[in-house]
Ligand binder design. Structure first.
Ligand SMILES: Nc1ncnc2c1ncn2[C@@H]1O[C@H](COP(=O)(O)OP(=O)(O)OP(=O)(O)O)[C@@H](O)[C@H]1O
Ligand SMILES: [Mg+2]
Length: 246
């Protein structure tokens, strides 16, 4: 069953067309990796799908309901965003709030979950990412890898149907990257539906049910399972994978 389907999504910044008609389908339990050179539009795509950026046109279906992106309403956007989680490259934690507060905020504010219940849920997901013992610390007291694990806990807390990851480990050194990828593997094992923009090719190859290679605002090639990584069809994909896996 498709959770998310987009058809012909476009986005320009001024005269600059960044996404030139993207089609993508994500089924329940899929792990979709999005690969591509810097500037190809990967972040813009994720941000458009989650309405952190306003897409110009296209159709987005979520849970089988079609929305025309050129005229989607605030209510529909809010309803979709309640079912999604987002993990940012730069963590985006509130510096003046504790780990626990960072995770409970999305529950108590937008979703009106009672505080006690929100704390229980937050401790649950913090435990899942191995950060329950740091619940009362502030982000500045944590390593980058620990902050990103809190970012993942925050995304998990609202029981999303799908989580979007934008290069979650690219700001981290190899040791901390490994910690974060380990947490992400547990989500894959749990059957979480995810879209992951990443430059971690061996991780992408290991976990992806579906991989997409983007360049210059279009999908150049996509494939299922390891086939995409082992036997890319397009010269541009081959070249990218060759350089990225060296
Ligand atoms: N808010 C913005 N205003 C104007 N141009 C933007 C904006 N955000 C992104 N762009 C442009 O859109 C293009 C795609 O950027 P995007 O961040 O989506 O690329 P990316 O594939 O995520 O790259 P990277 O791998 O470096 O993160 C770039 O040319 C960028 O300069
Ligand atoms: Mg990016």
């Amino acid at each position: 069953m498709a959770i998310l389907e987009i058809k012909n999504l476009t986005k320009s910044f001024g005269d600059n067309e960044i996404l030139k008609g993207i089609d993508l389908q994500v089924n329940k339990g899929d792990v979709v990796s999005i690969l591509g050179p810097s500037g190809s539009g990967k972040t813009t795509l994720l941000r458009c799908i989650n309405f952190l950026e306003k897409p110009d046109s296209g159709i987005l279906s979520f849970d089988g309901i079609d929305h025309d992106l050129s005229q989607i309403t605030k209510n529909d956007i809010a309803a979709i965003r309640k079912k999604t989680g987002f993990v940012f490259q730069s963590y985006n934690l509130f510096a003046n709030k504790t780990v626990l507060e960072n995770v409970t905020l999305g529950l108590t504010s937008a979703r009106k979950v009672p505080k006690k219940e929100a704390i229980e849920k937050a401790m649950d997901v913090l435990k899942k990412v191995g950060m329950d013992e740091k619940a009362n610390q502030y982000p500045s007291q944590l390593s980058g890898g620990q902050q990103q694990r809190v970012g993942i806990a925050r995304a998990l807390a609202t029981d999303p149907e799908i989580i979007y990851f934008d290069e979650p480990t690219s700001a981290l050194d190899p040791q901390l990257t490994a910690e974060v990828l380990e947490v992400m593997r547990t989500l894959v094992d749990d059957g979480m539906t995810m879209i992951v923009v990443t430059h971690e090719m061996s991780f992408a190859k290991e976990v992806s049910s579906h991989a997409v290679f983007m360049a210059d605002g279009v999908i150049v090639e996509e494939g299922f399972g390891k086939e995409f990584f082992e036997n890319p069809k397009q010269a541009r994909t081959r070249e990218f994978l060759r350089l990225a896996t060296n």
